[in-house]
Design a protein. Structure first.
Length: 281
């Protein structure tokens, strides 16, 4: 079984490539805007009736969505954090990342950023601190906050719901072997971008979220995971996998053998190159 981390110049662990994200293009393009459910006023004009927070949104995207939905100046929701009095775990140190639970939130008559954020955190608290999640985290030698952090990586990395348990297992296998996670999603978070491609220079950035350079989990979640990702984090699929790559949509390959992973990545690169050339025509 491969237990040594290969050179970064040789291969990255989780590069999925542009093909793997083609089906998500519309979501990525609109991640920083509100997804409102509209209702009609008495005068026939529509107004937002609810805010839908999708799984995997970052806190910054949720803030922007609340600002837009409540017709507030950009940055208003983020500034309101100091007086929102959110019931976050001590480990969060006031950072709600991971605890702005993805769901549909009806907008009350006098909705404010503080009230919306508090409802999201309260929902997360109820979901995460119930017996199944707490017991599952303990079973995997984690606390709940660490389980949410794992779930956030799973949410960002898994191409499909079916892959989530396997991605979680790769995370645990690498942690148990003292290997860096080498997850492109954590580097993208550090850089504040959503691009799927991580360059060699990117993997050398000085950040606690750089899982190529730093061991263990990042200091906080990197997005707000949904229930499927959290369940995967506490009940990972059994397996010895250490690597995975999405060759094409619907074809993510997991392996414990680095040589096999290299072949899978080469095939993924070929598919991406073909897609890039087709896009130029």
């Amino acid at each position: 079984m491969q237990t040594n981390t290969p050179s970064r110049s040789t291969i990255r662990l989780t590069r999925r490539g542009r093909l793997a994200l083609a089906a998500l293009g519309a979501v990525v393009a609109g991640t920083a805007v509100a997804v409102p459910l509209l209702i009609m006023n008495g005068d026939g004009e529509s107004r937002p009736g609810a805010l839908v927070v999708p799984e995997g949104w970052r806190a910054s995207q949720v803030y922007a969505a609340i600002d837009k939905t409540l017709d507030l100046p950009a940055g208003s929701t983020k500034k309101s954090l100091a007086k929102a009095d959110l019931k976050l775990p001590n480990e969060a140190e006031g950072n709600p990342e991971g605890y702005l639970f993805p769901a549909t939130y009806p907008l009350q008559e006098k909705a404010t950023p503080q009230k919306l954020l508090a409802r999201m955190v309260d929902t997360a608290d109820k979901k995460f601190n119930g017996a199944p999640i707490a017991a599952g985290a303990q079973r995997n030698a984690m606390n709940v906050y660490q389980a949410v952090t794992v779930a956030s990586i799973v949410q960002a990395e898994a191409a499909t719901k079916a892959d989530m348990g396997k991605v979680a297992r790769v995370i645990f296998n690498r942690l148990e072997r003292g290997m860096p996670l080498q997850m492109d999603s954590t580097v993208s978070y550090a850089l504040g971008r959503s691009t799927p491609r991580t360059t060699e220079a990117d993997t050398r950035i000085d950040s606690p979220y750089n899982s190529y350079q730093r061991m263990g989990l990042p200091p906080t979640p990197i997005d707000n995971p949904g229930e499927d990702a959290v369940r995967a984090a506490i009940s990972p699929t059994p397996g010895d996998w250490l690597y995975f790559v999405t060759v094409k949509p619907g074809d993510t390959r997991f392996t414990a053998d680095f040589a096999e992973h290299e072949r899978n990545v080469a095939e993924s690169d070929a598919q991406r190159k073909k897609a890039d050339e087709a896009a130029k025509k």
